[in-house]
Design a protein around this ligand. Structure first.
Ligand SMILES: Nc1ncnc2c1ncn2[C@@H]1O[C@H](COP(=O)(O)OP(=O)(O)OP(=O)(O)O)[C@@H](O)[C@H]1O
Length: 639
């Protein structure tokens, strides 16, 4: 559906393209609504005939033809019935199209989010994204369901109105049009101001920023409380709210004169008819005809107000819909990672990993939209002169071996993990798995090759069994339980009230960091992918938990190609290969012994590490063991 959309069409055309296969329903709704608008004037025609009969019979009202009057009544009723019936049918069509569009749009955005680089999703922000998926899409749904039929009727009504205004007496018609022109001029004075459109846009952005700030504030509540920085942490949210309030006030003030003037003039349009009637009355040659027109226009002119009031609201709806469309487009326009056609796809021959002269910068990954783009610009972004997160990085990890990546914070370790999983595409060089360039692999094939175990464990609000089973579609309960046993998680899961069926999340059970980690390891064991990318946790809650996690990891890593982003040197000594990163470049490469034998960053890191451990032991009176990890001998058995 998303591919079908033309580039930047108008609001209506855009909605039609979103409606996809249901655009026929939208068009039917537009036609029915236009017909309903035309039918809404039929009662006025009936009234005209009644007035004509009354004026003709006056003063002998007893001579009125009851049959003719009843006919007029029936005509009026038929007009009202057609108006209501056609409008209901229009709403039926528009709602059917709108609900379907909402469903497919949400699905389309969700699918698209799965195809764009993962980092872009983080940059867009979860508050902003949920607002777009929720309010943005619902806004489009409401526009298609309600405002589009109104749009058709507001387009059709003035045409019919114009005919009726001039068909009976053009002079009164002109007076009514004068009321419309003056009212529109008053309103236009507000809309013509270019700043209003800019302010409306800024107002929408401010609302999104406020959403993001609120989500961030709630998520960071624990840190805020821990450091007692409530006031300063609240400042960002408070600023966002203040910004939003200020802009909403600006938008309201823009309309403070024009809107009331527009409404007041239109609702009192008969004030334009009255002076014309008073002026024309003395010269009227045919009194009954004059009286008929005068009375009819006094009765008819309020419907002009109704029509133009509707136009006002529909144009406001259009502006809101356009801003919702822009926000949805902001997500849909983020280019998806290119996926090769089936014949051009490459299959890995094994699970070995190779980085071949890889360079990568986050700054070249532009997000061309609103707040995120602004953030990029604020960082002095742009591809030119962009700092490289990885700079000409080359290494090979043979299949079924362990490679530990170490280095200072910010040296590029996690970036390596992200590029293996193709969260981003490289700027230069290539990342290959079993000889296949990750850009030439089908995304599903690529993800089937690897399990990712990151520090930041996300568990879904579902049962523990379902969370573990997410590792592989179709995993059986036995496989889930076996994986949990291997991940040292079976014991604590069984101790929970509903065991494996215990729900996780707001209303369910809350697990400790170590327990969550072991569930994520169980998930990876179920996946049984040939490559394991492991972002090692920096700290575990207690030695017992750490020991269990190390056991779980040892089981997960058995027989796999492992890339371990290592934060503690205790766990890397047994790796077949250690890559030392420094400022985005490979500074050293080799085994623990080889690296220790040379003067260089690894030896310095190791020296600092052993000093820290002996300091720790000294401080604890020799009672504590250094951080538990695989000894060189134990670990080499795996690597
Ligand atoms: N999403 C991102 N957007 C922009 N820059 C990023 C992003 N992620 C990382 N960087 C930058 O890229 C560089 C490498 O970061 P990376 O996360 O790979 O380092 P690291 O060695 O894993 O650090 P740590 O040990 O602290 O996790 C750093 O300068 C970092 O600021």
């Amino acid at each position: 559906m998303m591919e079908e959309r033309a580039k930047r069409p108008g609001t209506l055309a855009h909605c039609l393209s979103f409606a996809g296969a249901r655009r026929g329903l939208v068009v039917a709704s537009l036609l029915l609504a236009a017909l309903s608008a035309a039918a809404s004037f039929v009662p006025f025609v009936a009234i005209y005939f009644v007035i004509a009969d009354v004026v003709a019979a006056y003063p002998d009202l007893a001579a009125l033809d009851a049959g003719a009057l009843a006919g007029c009544g029936l005509l009026a009723i038929a007009g009202v019935a057609a108006d209501v019936g056609l409008y209901l049918a229009a709403l039926l069509c528009s709602h059917a199209a709108a609900f379907d569009t909402q469903y497919r749009l949400k699905l389309g955005i969700a699918e698209h989010l799965g195809r764009i680089p993962l980092g872009h999703i983080a940059r867009l922000g979860s508050g902003r994204l949920s607002k777009i998926m929720d309010e943005g899409v619902s806004g489009i749904e409401t526009f298609i369901a309600h405002s589009l039929p109104d749009l058709a009727s507001t387009a059709a009504a003035p045409a019919v109105l114009l005919v009726l205004l001039f068909v009976f007496d053009w002079r009164f018609g002109l007076a009514a049009i004068a009321a419309v022109v003056v009212a529109m001029a008053a309103q236009f004075a507000g809309y013509a101001n270019k700043r209003i459109m800019q302010t409306m846009g800024r107002y929408q952005e401010a609302k999104e920023r406020m959403g993001n700030a609120a989500v961030e504030y709630v998520r960071g509540m624990a840190v805020v409380k821990a450091y007692g920085r409530t006031a300063s942490s609240f400042a960002r949210l408070a600023d966002a709210v203040k910004d939003c309030t200020g802009l909403s006030l600006d938008v309201t003030l823009f309309f403070q004169n024009s809107l009331p003037a527009f409404t007041a003039i239109l609702n009192n349009a008969y004030l334009f008819i009255l002076p014309v009637g008073i002026l024309l009355a003395p010269g009227a040659s045919d009194w009954p005809a004059f009286a008929l027109s005068f009375i009819f226009y006094l009765l008819f002119v309020p419907s002009v107000a109704a029509v133009f009031n509707k136009i006002l609201y529909v144009s406001e709806d259009m502006m809101i819909a356009q801003s919702n469309i822009d926000r949805v487009d902001a997500v849909l326009d983020v280019p998806a990672l290119p996926v090769p056609d089936a014949p051009d796809r490459e299959q890995p021959r094994d699970s070995g990993i190779e980085f071949d002269h890889v360079s990568f910068s986050y700054r070249t990954q532009k997000v061309d939209t609103g707040a995120a783009a602004g953030a990029d610009a604020a960082e002095g972004g742009g591809a030119q002169g962009a700092p490289l997160a990885l700079d000409d990085v080359s290494f090979r990890i043979p299949a079924r071996t362990t490679c530990a990546i170490v280095g200072a914070s910010g040296s590029g370790k996690s970036t390596i993990a992200h590029l293996i999983a193709r969260f981003w595409d490289v700027d230069a060089g290539s990342v290959r798995i079993g000889g296949a360039d990750v850009r030439r692999m089908a995304p599903d094939d690529l993800m089937a090759q690897m399990s990712l175990v990151f520090q930041d464990v996300h568990l879904f609000r579902e049962s523990i069994a379902a969370n573990i089973a997410r590792g592989r579609a179709g995993a059986t309960r036995e496989e889930v339980e076996a994986a949990a046993r291997a991940a040292q998680a079976d014991g604590f899961i069984r101790a929970l009230p509903q065991g494996y069926d215990t729900m996780i999340g707001a209303e369910g059970v809350h697990l400790s960091g170590g327990e969550r980690q072991r569930i994520s390891i169980a998930r990876a064991i179920v996946a049984d992918a040939p490559i394991v990318v492991l972002d090692e946790a920096t700290a575990f809650s207690d030695p017992e938990n750490e020991h269990l996690i190390q056991q779980a990891l040892a089981r997960l890593m058995r027989g796999k190609t492992v890339v371990m982003i290592a934060h503690r040197l205790s766990t890397v000594v047994g790796a077949r290969q250690i890559i030392v990163m420094d400022g985005g470049r490979v500074a050293q490469q080799g085994t623990h012994e080889e690296l220790l034998a040379k003067e260089g960053p690894y030896r310095r890191m190791w020296r600092r590490y052993t000093q820290a451990v002996s300091w720790q032991i000294g401080n604890e009176g020799g009672g504590a063991a250094p951080a538990v990890g695989a000894t060189p001998k134990e670990a080499r058995q795996h690597g």
